[in-house]
Design a protein around this ligand. Structure first.
Ligand SMILES: Cc1ncc(COP(=O)(O)O)c(C=O)c1O
Length: 492
């Protein structure tokens, strides 16, 4: 096994911490192929002497390289260049040149975003890190004890035959409860067209599989929920990005042009509290969207996981409410509203219900039967609406607290559009700020923010970050925003 020679150049550019400079220097060596996969990196003691830095500087540099996926630790043996290092370089490449937002209508292109996304998401798992980059609200906001009671009760009462009976489309009592919620939105949703899935993610992916084949063109948003990009990448599809304005949402003119010019087989859009911008389409735009797609006979995969988290009086309807042709596949879940970790989602799949049901059987067979029964029990007896009212109230308070902290600590040129629901702020920073670098630097201070480039097939939005306000206000969060402000100012 080759042993690495210490890298020759180690400069500390202005405003860059020494461990970051060291990590950058070594990352450049790995990227350039001068440290091939499997190479053992110099010992901590060696680097300490070589560069005249403290041990903690070297350790932090190695942790950073690990975070970027470039190196791996082996117990009692040291650090080695990781097998996926060349893939992981994508993540760091994106740190170097913040790209501009994409042109209004570019040609469809394959997607390659996964390694960048994984390197960012790995950091979310660290419990010591301030959760501004989390995709979830705080678990403290969910009635986990009451849910556990429903689960215990339903499991005790479970009919042994439910193992077969509750196979896709899923537990009937649960689907009836879900269908009732559609009635609350003014949608007569037949329970037969509802397929229970493992979270919304499976609902969305199965829907996409049902209406496309590899090489097809699909329209997605820009910026876009990163898992949609990954699903498109995984299924070998080509994506055409339709811009989303944080205030007005999806650009329907660009979509109309795309539908005219390209053989778009499906659209995957969020109509309420879009992730990451927070934008909600007006009722007129939802109607127009459904009509436009109906004209072209193009299915809409509608991701509505945040629709229930509205701050105004009424829930904004989904585009599904205006669908008369069965073309809208409305996907949602309880992951953000009631039961994170239970992985309970569904799709109201319209005319594609049978295809999705079969795909569900072929891929994961069934969603956990006891979980389906437990959630059905909770929806019937657990006070879901009361819980939702409390949750929305908490999120609204936290949004206001986050806004106030941002006004206190971040520079005045940081801007965002206030969302009316969900729990994300999409912050636009000054043009010269590199969000990937800020993300890495913030992690070094125990703070996680989600950098803009992971929301784009082309790693655009280089000066944006998404900030989560789904956690009750605390000293830790206030401090995190303060330090974030210092880091942003430090780059001024
Ligand atoms: C926009 C969006 N869609 C779908 C999902 C996935 O939802 P679930 O956890 O129910 O699979 C998420 C989760 O982060 C999301 O943010």
């Amino acid at each position: 096994m080759r042993r690495a020679q210490p890298c020759a150049v180690f400069q500390t550019p202005h405003a860059m911490k020494r461990y970051q400079a060291l990590a950058d220097t070594m990352a450049a060596e790995i990227r350039a192929g001068r440290l091939p996969v499997g190479t053992r990196l110099p010992s901590v003691r060696h680097l300490t002497t070589q560069y005249g830095v403290g041990q903690s500087t070297v350790f932090r540099a190695y942790y950073l390289l690990e975070e970027w996926g470039l190196i791996r630790a082996r117990e009692r043996s040291g650090y080695y260049v990781a097998p996926g290092a060349m893939l992981a370089t994508l993540a760091t490449l994106a740190t170097q040149t913040p790209a501009a937002a994409p042109a209004p209508l570019a040609d469809p292109a394959p997607i390659d975003v996964s390694s960048l996304v994984f390197s960012v998401l790995d950091a979310v798992k660290r419990p010591d890190v301030a959760p501004l980059g989390s995709a979830f609200p705080s678990p403290k906001l969910f009635p986990l004890q009451r849910l556990a009671k429903s689960l215990a009760h339903a499991t005790r009462m479970l009919d042994p035959w439910s193992t077969v009976v509750d196979m896709p489309p899923g537990n009937e009592a649960l689907r009836r409860q879900i269908a009732l919620r559609y009635i609350g939105m003014g949608i007569a949703q037949p329970a037969e067209e509802l397929i229970v899935t493992n979270g919304a993610m499976e609902a969305l992916t199965l829907s996409l599989m049902a209406v496309t084949k590899p090489g097809d063109v699909v329209a997605i948003e820009s910026p876009c929920f990163y898992a949609a990009l990954q699903a498109v990448e995984h299924l070998g599809l080509r994506a055409i990005e339709i811009p989303v304005d944080p205030r007005d949402g999806l650009d329907l003119d660009v979509l109309a042009e795309a539908l005219d010019k390209h053989p778009v087989r499906a659209c995957w859009f969020m109509t309420n509290f879009q992730n990451p911008t927070g934008a909600t389409l007006s009722i007129e735009k939802k109607r127009a969207l459904v009509a436009l797609l109906a004209k072209h006979e193009v299915p809409l995969i509608e991701d509505d996981v945040y629709g229930e988290l509205h701050f105004a009086q009424d829930r904004p309807p989904p585009a599904k409410a205006f669908d008369t042709k069965g073309l809208v596949m409305h996907c949602a879940s309880l992951s953000k509203t009631l039961a994170p970790g239970y992985r309970l989602g569904w799709v109201a799949a319209g005319r594609f219900a049978d295809d999705v049901r079969r795909l569900k059987l072929m891929t994961t067979i069934s969603t956990s039967i006891p979980i389906q029964a437990g959630i059905a029990d909770f929806l019937q007896h657990g006070g879901f609406d009361k819980h939702l009212r409390k949750l929305r109230g908490a999120l609204l308070t936290q949004r206001d607290a986050m806004e106030a902290a941002i006004a206190r600590w971040l520079p005045e040129d940081v801007s965002f559009v206030r969302p009316d629901g969900g729990y994300f702020l999409w912050l636009k920073l000054a043009g010269h700020i590199d969000a990937m670098q800020l993300h890495r630097e913030a992690l070094g201070h125990g703070i996680n923010v989600t950098p803009g480039p992971i929301f784009s097939a082309r790693h655009a939005y280089g000066n944006y970050v998404r900030v989560n306000f789904g956690h009750p206000w605390s000293g830790q969060i206030e401090d995190a925003v303060r330090v974030l402000g210092e880091l942003v100012r430090g780059r001024g």
